[in-house]
Design a protein around this ligand. Structure first.
Ligand code: GDP
Length: 305
């Protein structure tokens, strides 16, 4: 929580600096305050659609209460934004349980290179290992040698097995091997890395479909979770990636990384609202423990207080 507070300081000071300028010398929320607010939200990377939604809601409040004070604006914004955020049900990483009936629980991790996919996998692996769970990693990004090496480094660091094949091999085959190996080892959880090439949408889609289809030969209905990792400091790029990946596969949860030290924390608000996919994890640093379960109230507090 402290790290999130610290991390969002830039978003916060940016946001509040502008907001207090916008309301300076004004006691009530009027057209011009709303115009300024709109600009501030857009420039904080909340995104146009979500910004308009927020503005409309505040306008509706102004319509009901003509003398809505600017001093109330903070509180109202907090309420409206918390209302837009979706989150998974658990509040704490510690309380994250794996469903008993799903063993191994299979998480397929997707996202563009560089967003923090490998790091997030490493952090999750450590978390589950600490909870006494048996974790198996799958090196499904067979396109880049560095990806396999990086994942191997994390596997060694955490002390969990990794299933890999040589570079250029079929990612679906790696996925198949990983799930089979997990069953053999009586593992609780599989975390499968995938390649993050976006240059060809059809390829991306076909690859993800094939991985699923082949894995399902081992266990029907897996993956249990498709986790899309997005870099929270990349603003509109993160939106674009969310659009492309949700079109290519059914994403069930989001991990938003690099929220430490970004001025673009607003991206969490827009993405969560627009894609209606729960933000499950947030990355707040490069270290192995810098992963948190997303809690919308904590997030809004860090942003607004
Ligand atoms: P991948 O290509 O998506 O697998 O990305 P990596 O996991 O290799 O991460 C890319 C870079 O981002 C590395 O330098 C990581 O240390 C860094 N990184 C990952 N997550 C975070 C985070 O939450 N905060 C910060 N500050 N850096 C991160």
């Amino acid at each position: 929580k402290d790290k999130l507070d610290e991390g969002l300081k830039k978003s916060k000071s940016d946001f509040f600096g502008k907001l207090s300028k916008a309301v300076a010398g004004k006691s009530k929320v009027d057209e011009s305050v709303l115009d300024d607010l709109e600009e501030i939200l857009v420039s904080s990377d909340v995104g146009i659609t979500t910004t308009i939604k927020i503005i409309n809601r505040i306008e509706a409040r102004v319509a009901k209460n003509k003398y809505l004070g600017t001093d109330e604006l903070n509180l109202i914004l907090r309420e409206e934004i918390a209302g837009l955020l979706s989150e998974s049900e658990n509040g704490e990483l510690e309380s994250l349980e794996l469903p008993e009936s799903k063993k191994p629980y299979v998480i397929m991790v997707v996202g563009v290179n560089g967003v923090g996919k490998t790091t997030t996998i490493g952090k999750l692996a450590k978390h589950y290992k600490l909870k006494g769970k048996k974790v198996v990693l799958g090196a499904g990004d067979t396109f880049r040698a560095a990806a396999v090496e990086q994942l191997q480094i994390w596997a060694d660091r955490v002390g969990v097995p990794i299933v890999k094949q040589k570079m250029g091999s079929d990612p679906a085959s790696v996925a198949f091997d990983t799930v089979q190996s997990a069953i053999k080892q009586n593992a609780d959880i599989v975390i499968l890395d995938t390649a993050g090439r976006l240059h060809n949408k059809v390829n991306l889609m076909n690859e993800l479909i094939k991985i699923k289809r082949v894995m399902q030969k081992v266990i029907p209905n897996i993956p249990d979770e498709v986790l899309l990792v997005l870099d929270g400091s990349t603003g509109q790029n993160a939106f674009e990636q969310a659009k492309q990946f949700t079109a290519a596969t059914q994403v069930t949860a989001l991990a938003i990384t690099k929220l430490d030290g970004t001025a673009k924390g607003g991206v969490v608000i827009g993405i969560s609202d627009q894609f209606k996919i729960p933000v499950k994890y947030i990355g707040v640093g490069e270290g192995i423990d810098d992963l948190q379960i997303f809690n919308k109230y904590e997030f809004v507090d860090s942003f607004f207080s």
